[in-house]
Design a protein around this ligand. Structure first.
Ligand code: ZN
Length: 431
């Protein structure tokens, strides 16, 4: 059944943006920290947020249930049964974070569901709002805990060994304290079956400046960048006197790392000019505070290197280029690099069918938008890797994210909510 081609006009369903506005304020008030908000994964702030959503879902008369990971599932029945659309995001935050990262996606889902309830209209297929636990790795040092758990992919070792920053509570104990069932999780119990999900959609604030610069309220994400990182890389040269050591005798680790930073930046510039998706960042760089001095050539520099791309082939090629650059600098500057342990994540492709359905919904609703890659990790990547057709909608946001200055206009949120409402009224056919 296609809503667009029918003679009957589509019923008017408007998301309840005022409800979302009130709940953003309540969330800010009740989870504020010395700076910004703090909603610890499986902690007090996250629980307050879950209780607010639970209260509002109850008021709307929607069925809900918590799963063994204490994720909250709120269900709006459709006109027909069958594979459902899942809208989800997290509602924890980093310590002293912003009010919108995560919460915007959850409240967008709730405002859209409230719109259907308020209009007395059922969407074509069931819609599930999933309030996902513990997405931020800041607390447990592990990512996507709630969404991985929903697919039965949390390991028993993680539950026993991973501990929360600050209070040292194990993940298993924290899950139990939130009303979850760590034994069921350790046994690999899944509550979501990828085959029974029509599509997964994660609305989220944009964490960079692209939508602001382009002057549009909404972005349709084409893919989530994967990455490889050398978090604890090191360059070893030789300490020597700054005045007494001739140019040709130096083994300057600072200079070598500086050369590396410039050369990988040139790799980025060249590949970007050729149309490839890539970011390269040296985010940390330090000499040994005890041994280095203004009057010494540095013999030991620690640094990090973070490379991201939406394309696996680009990541592989850049890794090879970095190895070649390192070898060249080692010979030239007579230093030795120890890049250390490599951590990596695969890029996650958004479903072309979902991307094009979102584009059609945006045009139907008259929402200005662009297509763009996503540079940060999200629960959506877990769904995509499970084979669920997945999409993300970005909402324009100033000052980045993970900080108290995140700034999303409610009018932009409303545009994204209208886009999602239009998609639910005319979803792409099931797989
Ligand atoms: Zn987030």
């Amino acid at each position: 059944m296609s809503g667009r081609s029918e003679a009957l006009p589509r019923p008017v369903v408007a998301p309840d943006v005022a409800l979302a506005g009130r709940l953003f304020e309540e969330l800010r008030r009740r989870t504020s920290a010395s700076r910004g908000v703090s909603r610890a994964s499986y902690g007090l702030g996250e629980q307050i947020a879950h209780d607010i959503i639970r209260r509002e879902a109850e008021r709307l008369g929607l069925d809900m249930a918590a799963d063994p990971a204490a994720n909250l599932h709120v269900v709006l029945p459709g006109r027909l049964e069958g594979p459902e659309i899942v809208i989800g995001s997290h509602i924890d935050s980093v310590p002293m974070g912003g009010n919108f990262d995560g919460a915007a996606g959850v409240l967008l889902g709730l405002s859209v569901l409230a719109g259907f309830v308020g209009a007395g209209v059922a969407p074509p297929c069931p819609v599930r709002l999933m309030v996902i636990r513990a997405e931020e790795s800041a607390w447990f040092g592990a990512s996507y805990i709630g969404s991985r758990a929903a697919f039965g992919k949390l390991s028993a070792a993680e539950l026993d060994e991973v501990r929360r920053m600050g209070d040292g509570v194990t993940l298993g104990a924290a899950v139990a304290a939130a009303g979850g069932d760590p034994q069921a999780l350790a046994a690999g119990t899944a509550v979501l079956d990828p085959a029974s999900i029509r599509l997964f959609l994660e609305p989220h604030i944009e964490q960079g400046p692209v939508l602001l610069e382009r002057g549009v309220p909404a972005g349709i994400v084409t893919g989530i960048r994967g990455s490889f990182r050398y978090r604890q890389a090191r360059c070893l040269g030789a300490y020597a006197h700054s005045g007494a050591t001739p140019r040709g005798d130096r083994q300057d680790a600072v200079l070598a790392v500086a050369r590396l930073a410039v050369e990988v930046d040139e790799v980025w510039a060249r590949r970007e000019a050729e149309g490839e998706d890539l970011t390269v960042t040296v985010g940390q760089i330090a000499t040994d505070p005890d041994e280095a001095s203004f009057s010494k050539i540095a013999g030991d520099v620690r640094f990090s290197l973070d490379v991201r791309s939406a394309e696996p082939a680009t990541l592989a090629a850049v890794r090879e280029e970095i190895d070649a650059i390192v070898a060249r600098i080692e010979t030239r500057d007579r230093v030795r690099f120890e890049l250390g342990r490599l951590t990596a994540s695969e890029p996650a492709r958004m479903s072309p069918a979902v991307v094009s359905a979102l584009g059609a919904a945006a045009r139907a609703a008259g929402v200005a938008h662009i297509e763009m890659p996503c540079g940060a990790g999200h629960d959506a990547a877990v769904f995509a890797r499970e084979g669920v057709p997945t999409g993300m909608v970005f909402i324009r946001n100033a000052h980045g994210s993970h900080n108290p200055d995140e700034h999303m206009e409610l009018s932009d949120f409303a545009e994204a909510a209208r886009l999602v409402t239009a998609l639910l009224q005319d979803p792409p056919p099931p797989r």
